[in-house]
Design a binder for this molecule. Structure first.
Ligand SMILES: [Zn+2]
Length: 156
């Protein structure tokens, strides 16, 4: 017997983000914005908001007293896949560099999330029988590739 159900999406929503506790005011704001911008769907509104969110990173202070500024750096991640060594270069990773002593500081939470993103990229490439990329731009992980018409823009 043929399976009946939703048509298979080529970009399924198979992950769930944790429940988020909010105040009464935040709840009101999110519901109003979801009604205004996202057809009353809080989930859709949060996806749209996450996709749009971008912020200038503030300077930090180095232990030497110097000012640490954001620079875009490249890191190489090494993997062993089916007894083969694979190196993936990720370009444009935001890091801090001290203007005074030259010390570099990376964001450990960012690096952990980035490693997870690369893992997913490797698995996706293997599943779709594509070559594992040798080079990835960090920025490409900050975008959602979508082909649907769901996000057609109407500005209010
Ligand atoms: Zn320094």
């Amino acid at each position: 017997m043929a399976k009946v159900g939703r048509p298979k999406s080529n970009n399924p929503r198979e992950f769930t983000i944790p429940e988020i506790r909010v105040t009464k005011e935040e709840n009101r704001m999110i519901k109003l914005k979801a009604a205004l911008y996202a057809g009353n769907s809080v989930a859709k509104f949060l996806r749209m908001a996450a996709e749009k969110y971008k912020e200038e990173l503030p300077d930090e202070k180095c232990l030497c007293g110097g000012k640490m500024k954001v620079v875009l750096d490249t890191e190489t991640f090494d993997y062993e896949i089916a007894d083969e060594k694979v190196s993936i270069k990720v370009n444009n990773i935001p890091m801090y560099k001290c203007e005074n002593c030259g010390k570099m500081k990376e964001n450990l939470f960012l690096m952990a999330a980035l490693e997870e993103a690369i893992d997913h990229e490797i698995i996706r490439s293997m599943r779709e029988r594509q070559k594992i990329p040798e080079e990835i731009d960090f920025q490409s992980f900050l975008e959602v590739k979508t082909t649907s018409k769901e996000n057609k823009k109407v500005h209010v």
